[in-house]
Design a protein around this ligand. Structure first.
Ligand SMILES: Nc1ncnc2c1ncn2[C@@H]1O[C@H](COP(=O)(O)OP(=O)(O)OP(=O)(O)O)[C@@H](O)[C@H]1O
Ligand SMILES: [Mg+2]
Length: 220
């Protein structure tokens, strides 16, 4: 489902590469935790996998057709991202000028899902993340943990093959974090999707199938 090989990335002006030869795979139905110290490059790695940042070297094959997102042209890369990837950003990136329901509908619009299906799907996911009745609210009126759950609902609504989540439970109380994690696990198993979840929580990492640790020397 996801195979990363020989991946290298250095930020402009950085004195050393963040990583120079990363390789790993995530299978269908597998959920993998990505841990490592702050600043080691976890978010950068997720961005490279989603094609939001370009890797300097290496390949990132995604999905049943094993398309290499590093080598796709921008339009094909954007289409692959829209259809196949669900991304939970570390900073949420919930759009302030759209309501909660409109935010969650964005991937459905990008994937041409018939408008008649939007409402039921959005309501079902809002219920699953404990936000029943929040559809018409504005993001500015939500707490950090509520925004995080909107971001998670938005990453799952189009049933992506690959879920990339950057600290998806960082702002949640332990019980809500467990519920959100259970939802992610359930989706991954049900849809035989794959997930890579960045976390600083040992508890979250233990709930995943396996843990990768990113260090300045590479993956362990
Ligand atoms: N666009 C950029 N240009 C230059 N340096 C960058 C850029 N983006 C990130 N960095 C630097 O690259 C390093 C890795 O950043 P990254 O956000 O990937 O770390 P992280 O492992 O996700 O950390 P955290 O756990 O704090 O979220 C940091 O030192 C950061 O300052
Ligand atoms: Mg980060």
């Amino acid at each position: 489902m996801l195979t990363v090989s020989g991946l290298a990335k250095r930020h402009a002006k950085a004195d050393r590469p963040l990583f120079s030869d990363l390789g790993f795979s995530v299978a269908n139905g597998e959920i993998v935790a990505l841990v490592g110290e702050s600043g080691v490059g976890k978010s950068t790695l997720l961005n490279c996998i989603a094609g939001l940042e370009t890797a300097d070297r290496g390949s990132i094959h995604i999905g049943p057709r094993a398309l290499d997102i590093v080598r796709l042209d921008e339009a094909t890369r954007a289409a692959l991202r829209a259809r196949s990837i669900g991304f939970v950003f570390q900073a949420f990136h919930v759009l302030p000028t759209l309501t909660v329901a409109q935010n969650i509908a964005v991937p459905l619009l990008l994937c041409d899902v018939p408008v008649g299906e939007h409402g039921p799907r959005i309501r079902a996911l809002l219920a699953r993340v404990g936000l029943t009745g929040f559809g018409d609210r504005w993001p500015a009126s939500l707490s950090g943990g509520e925004l995080q759950r909107v971001a998670i609902a938005r990453a799952l609504v189009h049933q992506p093959l690959l879920i990339l989540a950057d600290e998806p439970t960082g702002n949640l109380d332990p019980r809500t974090a467990d519920e959100v994690l259970a939802l992610l696990l359930e989706r991954v198993r049900e849809q035989q999707a794959s997930a890579l979840i960045v976390t600083h929580s040992r508890h979250v990492a233990r709930s995943c199938d396996r843990t990768l640790t990113l260090t300045p020397e590479g993956l362990r």
